[in-house]
Write a new protein. Sequence first.
Length: 257
Amino acid sequence: MNKEQVGRFYDVVWTEYVPEYESSEKHWALFFAPKEVRGKSVLDGGCGTGIFSVIFARNGAAKVTGIDISPGSLETARSLAERFGLKNTEFRREDMLHLPFSPDSFDIIWAWGSVHHTTDPFGAIAGLLRLLKPGGSILLAVYKKTKVTFLHEAVRRTLIRTPRWSWTALSKVMAFFLAPVVFLFKRREKSRKGEKLEELILDWYFVPIRHHYTPEEIRAYLEGKGLTIEKFLPASGRFDSSSNFIFKARKPASAGR
Ligand SMILES: C[S@@+](CC[C@H](N)C(=O)[O-])C[C@H]1O[C@@H](n2cnc3c(N)ncnc32)[C@H](O)[C@@H]1O
């Protein structure tokens, strides 16, 4: 499985889905205040359909660069920024593992749910850290490894071997059977409006590449690189999801790389 397959996958799944603005911004505000962002250069790594890029841009960032491997998602991100009349965003098709920016280019780097879809998540984080200015902040949301991850992974690894043309139908069948379980165990949030269970299933079980980590692994990596952890959330908060954990960390002002 490679990045092209991931790009094609996200050209089908989520391409037009934009998470609800208000709940996303409320969630964003757990990590950043407008005064911290004002006049800053921001990289949104794996920006998808661009909701967080737009939130940074509307909260005073001087320039937001959203990069993603999926052209379809970038198209949606551009339309979203246009809809808000934003002039300080740029969306580019780039691979997170080969980003063509100079070291120390960005004050803030936001990578929500993206490094774990690359072939080399720690390589992706290392690359992002190189682009972060000394004293800058990075935010990473990463899939959590739990006791049942191996079961989900066994299902995913089986399903991604099925023919691509069958994926939509398979995800609908799974959604049909899982809907009562989801209904019983999980209150669907208002913020998930417009998001279908079959799309969640596609994203969860059919994505070509996904890696899972424990918070301790990511913490050790960031601290090993000399960063200071500023905030840790054991679960996403956005959409009441427990699949991701989040670190916000600061690069030392006089950073060795
Ligand atoms: C789960 S989505 C998250 C999107 C967005 N950050 C959000 O929170 O709405 C993961 C995104 O990472 C992107 N991605 C995966 N591998 C990538 C890579 N190697 N380079 C750039 N983007 C990548 C996918 O195309 C997808 O849009």
